[in-house]
Design a protein around this ligand. Structure first.
Ligand SMILES: [Zn+2]
Length: 150
């Protein structure tokens, strides 16, 4: 691999073998390698949408660009999973695993679902300010959140 931040399509598929990488989300996963959460934004009307699609759902423009967000937002939805799919670093026997949908500051209704790390899971609450951070999962970066620093 010549440049780990600019892998070929085949290298990207290999790197994220546990995810369904396709034409529509390749730029999204390339962003993970650069520790950027790249959300598709319409260059014509400015609307952000997630998950990535090739067309703006608001104005139907094909002129969408993967654009890094700040990673700041607030917990919009919180689930505590007592059981679920196995994943590296997830131990349901140690307590419920938190899954959050974070409303990103870029746009009302723009949400990204992941987990919150670097805190006692019992302290996670609706409307809690969070910021993007990264863990390693399946030997690749994985976007998560942590409590926002002041
Ligand atoms: Zn648009």
């Amino acid at each position: 691999m010549a440049n780990p931040l600019a892998p070929t399509d085949a290298e990207l598929v290999d790197r994220f073998a546990h995810f369904k990488v396709d034409r529509d989300n390749a730029a999204f996963y390339r962003g993970w390698l650069a520790h950027e959460l790249r959300i598709n934004r319409c260059a014509d009307c400015g609307h952000w949408h997630q998950p990535p699609r090739p067309m703006c759902p608001k104005c139907w423009s094909w002129n969408v660009t993967p654009t890094a967000v700040s990673g700041r937002g607030r917990v919009h939805l919180l689930m505590r999973l007592y059981q679920g799919p196995s994943a590296p670093g997830v131990d349901y026997s140690a307590g419920p695993y938190p899954v959050v949908s974070v409303e990103l500051e870029e746009q009302p209704g723009l949400r990204y679902t992941s987990t919150v790390v670097n805190c006692d899971p019992a302290t996670i609450a609706i409307d809690m300010p969070v910021q993007l951070t990264w863990i390693d999962r399946y030997a690749a970066p994985f976007a998560v959140f942590e409590p926002a620093k002041a």
